[in-house]
Design a protein around this ligand. Structure first.
Ligand code: AMP
Length: 302
């Protein structure tokens, strides 16, 4: 082997994989002496470029980057969806190491829920839990909070990286950080899309090529609203978007327009408030979500 290759191999930092919380805690305590910031990217695996953009951002901002892969049973309100959730673990491990992740936390369900998966604690999410994803997926955000709360307690990151693709989830996590007094900076990263506009998602692995084309109509329906949006009533725009999706065989749970900072659903726009347009729709039995933010300043409201 030429000497320069040998050198490259020596300086490459290896990714460490831990399955147990106490190992993660011990390792991070050790490296804390030389590193001041820890970035954390929680995922459910079946990784795509959207996930990797979060990892990349964390590497730019933080000394150490920790990712987790855990398909969290408590956030699935539909058992079939849980059973069919894509798993590509070997590929994920390879991808994370190749892309410079420092540590992968890979817990099993007992590690995450030592006292069982029946919720011991209720998070007071208020209005956020009653609309959109909260309304159509009862219990979903309680499950998200349970798992993120536990992960944050174990990893104790300085920065948490999440995707705008799950807009409502970002708002829920912001609330969780406040409720539980976590001293963590939440960084929201933009949605990565396929060339067709389809938001990247692990669940896209469950779609055929034909269905992927169909699914890109979800984003088109959001763009249609954006183009036609003007002050006044929004009723017609929403109805038209709903019909558009149904015609394209994307069966919507909702396509809604909300205030960007509160997620309050609006039916009449004053032409000033920043908005988010959100949709959830089924392609066959695969449920996908997407959103676009219409804001006047270049900063997130979250
Ligand atoms: P998941 O594995 O689906 O739970 O997602 C893990 C993280 O990746 C969440 O913070 C998501 O919002 C984020 N994410 C998922 N899809 C995308 C995407 N297309 N672009 C950017 N971030 C994403």
């Amino acid at each position: 082997m030429p000497s320069h290759q040998c050198f490259a191999l020596h300086i490459k930092r290896k990714m460490i994989i831990y399955k147990h919380a106490f190992d993660v805690i011990a390792y991070l305590k050790k490296v804390e002496q030389t590193n001041t910031s820890t970035g954390f990217v929680p995922t459910m695996g079946a990784l795509h470029k959207g996930h990797l953009s979060l990892l990349e951002k964390s590497k730019q901002v933080c000394d150490i980057t920790v990712c987790s892969i855990f398909i969290n049973p408590t956030q699935f309100n539909n058992t079939e969806d849980f059973k069919k959730y894509p798993v590509t673990l070997e590929q994920d491990i390879y991808t994370l190491e190749k892309n410079g992740c420092d540590m992968l936390f890979l817990p099993d369900v007992n590690e995450m829920y030592p006292q069982g998966t029946i919720a011991k604690k209720h998070f007071n999410l208020g209005y956020l839990e009653t609309v959109l994803e909260g309304k159509y997926r009862p219990g979903h955000f309680q499950g998200v909070c349970q798992v993120v709360n536990r992960l944050l307690t174990i990893v104790s990151p300085t920065h948490l990286f999440m995707g705008q693709k799950d807009y409502q989830q970002c708002m829920v996590i912001k609330k969780l950080l406040a409720l539980e007094n976590f001293n963590v900076q939440l960084i929201i990263c933009p949605t990565l899309r396929e060339e067709t506009g389809l938001a990247m998602s692990s669940r896209n692995l469950r779609l055929s090529d034909e269905q992927k084309k169909q699914a890109s109509d979800i984003y088109k329906s959001l763009l249609n609203i954006k183009e036609k949006l003007k002050p006044g009533t929004l009723h017609f725009l929403k109805k038209e978007a709903e019909k558009y999706l149904i015609n394209k065989n994307c069966i919507p749970d909702y396509i809604e327009i909300a205030e960007a900072n509160s997620l309050k659903i609006i039916n009449e726009w004053n032409g000033k408030d920043d908005l988010v347009i959100l949709a959830a729709a089924f392609i066959g039995d695969v449920r996908l979500i997407d959103n676009i933010l219409l804001k006047r300043q270049d900063s997130f409201y979250l």
